[in-house]
Write a new protein. Structure first.
Length: 317
C-alpha cells in the first residue's frame, strides 16, 4: 500500500478533470481508453513469465508525484504483475490531484470508431485502431490507425447479440494492405465474435491443426489461414474478445457459378451453402443439413475447372 495520506490529498487538493501525463513502463507505450480512464500495457506471455514481479517505474511529468494505491503494492519490492487486474494510481502536485487506472494485458486491442451510430450489413466508413506487440521486439508495442469500411457479416449469426464484422482497410480511396499480429499484409480482415462457442477455442484449434497438418503436405501451397485473439472496443467501449482472422479468398460465387476474381490456378477455397438452391436440389434436403461440401452448378466450364484443379473425394454428378 502507498505511504501517502490519501485522505489528506483528497481533502486539501483540487481534483483535476483531466491531466496531461505521459505514462511509460519499460519500453512499452500504453493504450489509453478515455471512457474507462484506463491505460493498458500490452505484454507478451514470454515477457510476462520472466517478470512476474519487478520494480516498475511509471513516470508522469517530472513536476508530479504519484503513488499506486493497491494494497498488494510495495514501493520497495515493486509491483506483482497480474493480467487484467486494475491498478489504481493517484498523480498529484501542490495544487491538484488526478486518479486513473492501468492494467496489464496479453491481448492486442482493437478500437473501431464507426462513421454512423449503428454498424449494419451495409458497408460504412470507420476508423480502425490497433494496439499490438511489435513482432520484431517482444517488449515493444505498435500503434496502427487506418481508414476502413466495416459491416456485419454472416447469416444465422446475424441474429446473435454479439455480431461479427468484416473490415476492408482503406487509404486515400484505395486498399491499405497492412500486416496485423504478424500475419501477411492484407486489406481484408474478419472479426469473428465466437458467440456460439462458449469455449472460444474451437475455430482457433481447428485451423491450428489444419495449418500444422498442411505443413507436412508434399505440395506445400500457401493456404494456411492465420488468426489470433484480440480485445475489441467500439468507440472505446468494450465489446468482448474476438478472433482477428485473415479473409479466405477463393470462395465460389454461388449466384453466378463462377470462381471469385481473387482465385489462381491452384488455391484454397470455401464451399458455402447456396443462397438459393436450384430446382433439382429439392431431393437433397435430407443431406444438405449434414453435408456442407456439396455444390450445384449448370456451367460446364466451371464444373470441369473444379474437377481438374481440386481433389473432391465425394463428388456426385
Amino acid at each position: 500500500m502507498s505511504d501517502i495520506n490519501l485522505a489528506e490529498i483528497e481533502s486539501t487538493l483540487k481534483q483535476a478533470e483531466e491531466l496531461d501525463i505521459n505514462l511509460t513502463l519499460w519500453d512499452v507505450e500504453p493504450y489509453y481508453n478515455p471512457v474507462e480512464n484506463t491505460y493498458y500495457f500490452l505484454l507478451s506471455e514470454e515477457y510476462y513469465e520472466k517478470n512476474l514481479k519487478t520494480k516498475v517505474k511509471i513516470l508522469p511529468e517530472t513536476n508530479f508525484k504519484y503513488s499506486i494505491l493497491n494494497e498488494n503494492y510495495n514501493k520497495d519490492e515493486g509491483l506483482f504483475i497480474k493480467f487484467n487486474e486494475p491498478y489504481e494510481m493517484i498523480v498529484f502536485n501542490d495544487s491538484t490531484y488526478y486518479k486513473l487506472s492501468f492494467k496489464f494485458t496479453n491481448l492486442p486491442i482493437i478500437n473501431i470508431i464507426p462513421g454512423r451510430e449503428e454498424i449494419t450489413t451495409d458497408p460504412q466508413p470507420a476508423i480502425f485502431q490497433i494496439y499490438m506487440n511489435d513482432y520484431d521486439d517482444k517488449v515493444g508495442t505498435t500503434f496502427i490507425t487506418s481508414e476502413t469500411m466495416i459491416y456485419v457479416r454472416g447469416r444465422s449469426s446475424l441474429y446473435y447479440p454479439k455480431k461479427q464484422y468484416r473490415l476492408k482497410l482503406r487509404k486515400d480511396n484505395d486498399y491499405n494492405e497492412v500486416s496485423l499480429l504478424g500475419m501477411e499484409a492484407d486489406e481484408d480482415w474478419i472479426l469473428d465474435a465466437l458467440y456460439a462457442d462458449a469455449s472460444k477455442i474451437r475455430n482457433k484449434l481447428s485451423f491450428d491443426l489444419w495449418n500444422q497438418m498442411n505443413s507436412y503436405a508434399p505440395n506445400k501451397y500457401d493456404n494456411d489461414l492465420e488468426m489470433d485473439y484480440v480485445d475489441v472496443y467500439m468507440n472505446n467501449e468494450y465489446h468482448g474478445m474476438y478472433l482477428l482472422k485473415e479473409f479466405q479468398y477463393g470462395e465460389i460465387d454461388w449466384d453466378n457459378y463462377e470462381i471469385a476474381k481473387h482465385s489462381q490456378d491452384v488455391f484454397p477455397f470455401i464451399l458455402k451453402y447456396p443462397k438459393n438452391l436450384p430446382d433439382h436440389a429439392k431431393y437433397w434436403d435430407i443431406i444438405l443439413p449434414k453435408v456442407y461440401t456439396n455444390f450445384f452448378e449448370r456451367d460446364k466450364i466451371t464444373k470441369e475447372y473444379i474437377l481438374n484443379n481440386f481433389f473432391i473425394s465425394n463428388y456426385l454428378d
